[in-house]
Unconditional design. Structure first.
Length: 296
């Protein structure tokens, strides 16, 4: 493994250490319903892939593994993948295959993350962002295999995290705008990655956080100044207002209806859903989810 992939792997491994299964309960329950819908429309159950599998806290993974002849778990964090496989029922583990890969394809410049004072150096940050804009991130072909089912559950917003963790506290407006634009590009290309992984008649499930309400580490999020109840994130009128303002009110790297339709014909979208994901007592997300089918 080269140094740059190792840096990304270590970054996500640290994140995965702090996740607790209970924080995923409401999100997992909604995805369980969605997976039931996808199985109804599915034509075959040869193989499935869970992209950015992580700890597998967000999915009814035993049911998926049980229903498909083989399930690939794909993530850049190999250590967490091994632990995730151990959580699959013993009699099903022979059907699970682990694939360690950085699907963004961050180039060598990512080693700049080693510099602890990078967030104070706006010139270095802008140079990094400019290099990333010129790189071919999220190559369409992750690998040659195509699947009966491909799941990307709240993955796209994670793909920009190594960069946004540096730039989130920047006071440089140009850096903030560039980071958001890069997140949009990565999320858009990720939709195409999922689409490309499907065989004819294959089902894709893409879920993505749109907005966050509440506080993180006792710091109120911007949306709490706009609405006083997380349930209001479901209101279409309020969503329209948020979309007009955008900026810090929307999650960087989110998949949107526009990015879905950029790559997937309307007739291939089987269902669009949304729900409130209560992550903990202080943090709530609005999640949108699309069930898509590849042309028969």
């Amino acid at each position: 493994m080269n140094k740059d992939v190792a840096i990304i792997q270590e970054f996500f491994n640290k994140i995965n250490q702090f996740e607790l299964p209970s924080t995923w309960d409401s999100h997992r329950n909604e995805l369980k319903k969605i997976i039931g819908i996808s199985e109804f429309f599915g034509e075959n159950f040869d193989n499935s892939v869970i992209i950015g599998a992580g700890n597998l806290y967000d999915l009814p993974f035993n049911e998926i593994v049980e229903n498909y002849e083989q399930t690939d778990l794909l993530d850049v964090d190999s250590a967490t993948l091994i632990k995730a496989k151990d959580r699959v029922d013993t009699e099903l583990q022979s059907k699970v295959n682990l694939i360690t890969r950085d699907i963004v394809g961050y180039p060598e410049q990512i080693s700049i993350l080693d510099l602890q004072d990078l967030d104070k150096n706006s010139v270095a940050v802008k140079e990094l962002l400019q290099q990333l804009f010129s790189a071919e991130l999220c190559p369409i072909k992750i690998f040659q295999t195509q699947y009966s089912l491909a799941i990307s559950s709240t993955v796209s917003s994670q793909l920009i995290l190594p960069i946004s963790k540096i730039t989130d506290h920047s006071s440089n407006d140009k850096v903030i705008v560039m980071t958001k634009e890069l997140g949009d590009i990565i999320a858009d290309r990720h939709v195409k990655q999922v689409w490309d992984l499907l065989k004819r008649g294959g089902i894709g499930i893409i879920s993505s956080e749109q907005y966050a309400w509440g506080s993180i580490d006792n710091s109120p999020l911007p949306l709490t100044k706009v609405i006083n109840d997380p349930a209001l994130m479901m209101d279409e009128n309020i969503q329209s207002q948020i979309e007009l303002i955008k900026g810090g009110l929307v999650i960087n790297g989110r998949v949107t209806s526009e990015s879905i339709l950029h790559h997937i014909p309307q007739s291939n979208i089987l269902k669009e859903s949304e729900w409130i994901w209560q992550f903990d007592n202080e943090l709530f997300y609005l999640v949108k989810c699309w069930v898509i089918i590849k042309d028969r």
